[in-house]
Write a protein that binds this ligand. Structure first.
Ligand SMILES: NC(=O)c1ccc[n+]([C@@H]2O[C@H](COP(=O)([O-])OP(=O)(O)OC[C@H]3O[C@@H](n4cnc5c(N)ncnc54)[C@H](O)[C@@H]3O)[C@@H](O)[C@H]2O)c1
Length: 326
C-alpha cells in the first residue's frame, strides 16, 4: 500500500514507519521537525520505499507533495500534532492551530484522494472524565475554558474526532486510535517529553527523578511496539475480524496494567539496579489527570489487538537498548 505518515519523524511515527517498511509498504513521511528528528528514522533513511518530505501538515500543498511522490495514497496515518504537556501550557495557540487545522487539512486531502484515514487521537480527548476504565465512546468532560490551558491539547483532539466522524459521514473510511502513554527507546527525555523517558534520562545523568505531585496519579504505560501494532491493524485491516466495517470506530490502545507514577519510578530503579537514583516529589501541571486506564475491548474484538509487553519487560527493553546505544 502507499502510505502517508504525517508526523512520521516523531516518536510513534518513526516506529510506525519502520513497521510499514518491514511489511513491504511504500511510505511518504511529512514532518516539519517541530519535535521529530531524522535520527529517529536513521535505520531506514536510505530505504528505497521511503520518502521524507519536510513540510507543514497545515498546508494542503505539502500533503499533496506526499501524494505526488507516491503516485497516489491508499492510507493516511495522521500523527502530526504538537504533543508534550509543557507545550499545552506554553504554546496553547500553536497546539490548537496545528492539531485542529492540520487535521482538517489532512481529512480534506484524504477525502479528495479517497484514501483511508487513521487519526492519532488521545485519551485526553475525554477531558476530565473520571470514570475508569475509559470506554471507546465515553463522554468527554471539559471544565471552564477560563480555568487553564491544559485542554488546548485534549480539546483539540476532541475536535479532531468530531471532524473525523463528520468526514466519515461524507464518505471517508476513517478510524481513530487513542494511544495510552507510549514509551520506548526513541523517546525524548527532555522537559517536554514523556515520563518514562524523563526517568531514564535522570538515571543516565545520575540525578533525582522528578515525580510530579505526590506520585499517586496513575497511568497506563504502553510499550511502543504494542502502540504501533494498534495503528497498523487500524490502518491496514480492510474490515473487522467479524467482517463488519471499521470506519467510524475508535480504538483505545493501551496497557491495562495501571501504575502510579511513584511505582513507576520504583520500577525504573529496579530495572537499572546499581544505578538507581532518588525521587523528588512535587511540582507538576495544573489539570493533570489523576487516573488514566483504557477499556481496550473494542480493539481486541474488532482488530484482534492485545497488549503483549508487560511494564517490567518494556522497561528492561528500554534499559538494554539505552546501554547498548551510542
Ligand atoms: N506518545 C503518546 O503516548 C501519545 C498518547 C496519545 C496520543 N498521542 C498522539 O500520537 C501522535 C504521535 O505522538 P508522538 O508521541 O509520536 O509525538 P511526537 O511529538 O514525537 O510526534 C509528532 C510529530 O509531529 C510533527 N509535527 C508537529 N507539528 C507539525 C506540523 N505542523 N507539520 C508537520 N509535522 C508536524 C513533529 O515534528 C513530530 O515529529 C500525536 O498526534 C499525539 O498527539 C501520543
Amino acid at each position: 500500500m502507499r502510505v502517508v505518515v504525517t508526523g512520521g519523524a516523531g516518536f510513534i511515527g518513526a516506529s510506525l514507519v519502520r513497521r510499514l517498511l518491514d511489511e513491504g509498504h511504500t511510505v511518504a513521511v511529512l514532518d516539519n521537525f517541530w519535535r521529530g528528528t531524522m535520527s529517529n528514522l536513521a535505520s531506514v533513511s536510505t530505504h528505497p520505499s521511503l520518502t521524507v518530505i519536510e513540510g507543514d501538515v497545515i498546508l494542503a500543498d505539502d500533503l499533496q507533495r506526499c501524494h505526488d511522490a507516491l503516485g497516489g495514497v491508499d492510507v493516511v496515518h495522521h500523527l502530526a500534532a504538537i504533543n508534550g504537556t509543557k507545550w499545552f501550557h506554553e504554546a496553547a495557540m500553536e497546539v490548537i492551530d496545528v492539531n485542529v487545522n492540520g487535521t482538517l487539512v489532512a481529512l480534506r486531502q484524504a477525502l479528495a484522494w479517497e484514501a483511508r484515514f487513521v487519526l492519532a487521537s488521545s485519551p485526553e480527548a475525554f477531558g476530565e472524565n473520571e470514570r475508569m476504565p475509559l470506554g471507546n465512546v465515553d463522554t468527554s468532560q471539559f471544565p471552564s475554558a477560563a480555568d487553564h490551558q491544559r485542554f488546548s491539547y485534549g480539546a483539540s483532539k476532541y475536535l479532531d474526532e468530531v471532524a473525523l466522524h463528520h468526514a466519515v459521514s461524507k464518505g471517508l473510511d476513517g478510524r481513530i486510535v487513542r494511544p495510552f502513554n507510549a514509551y520506548g527507546v526513541d523517546m525524548l527525555g527532555d522537559a517536554y517529553g514523556q515520563v518514562v523517558g524523563m526517568f531514564f534520562q535522570a538515571v543516565r545523568q545520575q540525578r533525582p527523578m522528578a515525580v510530579h505531585g505526590d506520585g499517586s496519579q496513575t497511568r497506563s504505560l504502553t510499550y511502543i511496539d504494542d502502540i504501533v501494532d494498534g495503528f497498523y491493524r487500524a490502518g491496514h485491516m480492510d474490515a473487522a475480524l467479524d467482517g463488519s466495517s471499521l470506519s467510524g470506530h475508535s480504538f483505545n490502545v493501551g496497557s491495562t496494567e495501571e501504575v502510579s507514577i511513584r511505582a513507576l519510578a520504583e520500577a525504573v530503579n529496579r530495572t537499572v539496579g546499581s544505578m538507581a537514583v532518588d525521587c523528588v516529589l512535587g511540582g507538576g501541571y495544573f489539570g493533570d489527570s489523576k487516573r488514566r486506564l483504557p477499556d481496550t475491548s473494542t480493539a481486541e474484538a474488532l482488530l484482534g489487538w492485545s497488549c503483549k509487553v508487560s511494564l517490567e519487560d518494556g522497561l528492561q527493553r528500554v534499559w538494554n537498548a539505552l546501554q547498548a546505544g551510542p
